[in-house]
Design a protein around this ligand. Structure first.
Ligand code: SAM
Length: 466
């Protein structure tokens, strides 16, 4: 593979230098422009990255939440990761699965995947992010079989309706195999866009090839997977550089293929077995900067979902919901087989897990808290199953037509959760959320149709959507 020039380090470094300072007028102009929701320029992002004044950061986060709500409404999409293998051929300095670590490893059989899937369905989940380390024995056909297994499980009223996948980059042919199996979003993080740091962090295995990784979405789009998720690991290199490099990557994909990322994830470096990088890296991102960067991403790529995992604790997750995060994992376990293990042996510490989980609220508790904070927890899979993916989805999001689908599908899937899984206190909170949402809807045909669908769900029908 030829050396990629997607990321131009000189341009990034010069842009960061050129845009330093707390010029109030310029700041206000950028914020006003961001509220039009068509994004802001590369230079403007660099300017915001250099802002340090607390009042300005507060204005920035307030703008981010306005943008998120104008596009997606108050809904928060919930999902859980399902790890299918912790065998790995790579040596990534920061990762708890790295090949030389003597941890107990596991590759789930299809029966074990069924058991974990059933456990997730019984919690109320409808969306899964299937995750695997770079296991040489997991071919594309095996991964496709795992996706099909997850989709095949029906338990009481429940079923997984969307399987997103985070696995190592693959060829166009292999992506086609995943496409045929019904993959939702394909997710892959560059970890760091800084070439020298990338080489320093990835010592062995195919992941040490920067160019192969950065061109992964070219191949996935060529295979017809037009929902893809990007990201980098916060803490490996200078975060201002990483944000601008990510935006250069987005621009490259938009220019070449006409589509940008469906989602951007914001994983922040965590403790992992056998790695002290999360303690000693000079580039660790503090809470204030983490909040600021999340807000800037929301303003820079307003149509893109921002995903936050349980790497963050409850306080930070609550804060980031207010800054434009639109998808959250909940009730997560990051070791293969963890969901169906006996409660007593459930891994809370790092034994065989990829990283430490800091928000250990159950899905039910998460839903309860989200409702109390004014959000609509959602298990919606409507867009993907109605063909609103890739460019179609992004055009609708850019034109702000996606929010009403998001809100109505969120209400319907929350009602399903109430009927099938909610604890008494969550049921009460969710019913209040649903009735408040209904009360602010205009009286029209859409509202009538939504009320009719809600009553069908209450009388036992499932999987109704827009
Ligand atoms: N094998 C796949 C690949 O190479 O992309 C999956 C990688 S891993 C299972 C998923 C993500 O977890 C990684 O891309 C990385 O960003 C993140 N991760 C790894 N170690 C981490 C750590 N110590 N703290 C936080 N996130 C970590």
């Amino acid at each position: 593979m030829k050396t990629s020039n997607i990321v131009n380090e000189t341009v990034i470094n010069d842009t960061i230098k050129r845009n330093s300072g707390n010029d109030l007028r310029k700041f206000d102009e950028i914020i006003q422009k961001s509220l039009k929701m068509s994004g802001i320029s590369f230079e403007e992002v660099a300017f915001l990255l250099n802002v340090t004044d607390e009042n300005l950061i507060n204005k920035l986060t307030a703008a981010a939440v306005k943008v998120k709500e104008a596009i997606y409404g108050k809904r928060i999409v919930l999902f859980a990761p399902l790890y299918t293998s912790s065998y790995c051929s790579n040596e990534c300095k920061y990762c708890g699965f790295k090949t030389t670590l003597g941890i107990s490893r596991k590759r789930l059989t299809n029966d074990e995947i069924k058991r974990d899937t059933e456990a997730l369905i019984n919690m109320g989940h409808k969306r899964i992010l299937m995750v695997a380390a770079e296991d040489p024995l997991l071919s594309a056909s095996t991964l496709a079989g795992q996706i099909e297994t997850i989709y095949s499980i029906k338990h009481l009223n429940g079923q997984i309706r969307r399987v997103n996948v985070n696995v190592a980059p693959m060829s166009v042919e292999d992506f086609r195999i995943l496409k045929r199996a019904g993959i939702g979003t394909y997710q892959c993080f560059q970890e760091t866009y800084h070439r020298d740091t990338y080489s320093e962090m990835h010592l062995r295995g195919s992941k040490s090839d920067y160019d192969n990784r950065i061109h992964v979405f070219d191949r996935c789009i060529e295979a017809g997977i037009d929902d893809f998720g990007m990201g980098f690991l916060f803490g490996l290199y200078d975060v201002k550089f990483e944000v601008l490099a990510l935006l250069q990557h987005v621009k490259f994909l938009e220019d070449r293929f006409g589509i940008g990322p469906h989602t951007i994830s914001i994983p922040r470096l965590e403790s992992a077995e056998g790695s002290d990088i999360s303690k000693v890296s000079p580039f660790l991102v503090n809470d204030t900067d983490f909040i600021k960067i999340t807000a800037i991403l929301r303003l820079a790529v307003p149509y893109t979902g921002i995903i936050l995992s349980t790497r963050e604790n409850q306080v930070m997750r609550n804060r980031l919901l207010d800054v434009g995060v639109s998808q959250l994992s909940a009730g997560s376990i990051t070791n293969p087989g963890g969901y169906s293990e006996e409660k007593s042996s459930k891994v809370k510490e790092l034994d065989g897990a990829q990283f430490e989980v800091h928000d250990q609220r159950s899905l039910d508790e998460m839903i309860y808290h989200a409702c109390l904070s004014g959000f609509i927890p959602s298990f919606c899979t409507g867009c993907y199953r109605k063909g609103r993916t890739g460019e179609v989805f992004q055009d609708m999001a850019k034109e702000k037509h996606i929010g009403s689908y998001c809100s109505m599908n969120a209400i319907l899937t929350l009602q399903e959760y109430v009927e099938d899984y909610a604890s008494p206190q969550t049921r009460k909170a969710a019913e209040k959320t649903i009735s408040e949402q209904l009360s602010v809807l205009e009286e029209n045909e859409n509202k009538k149709s939504l009320i009719e669908k809600l009553s069908r769900i209450k009388s036992g029908q499932r999987d109704l959507m827009y």
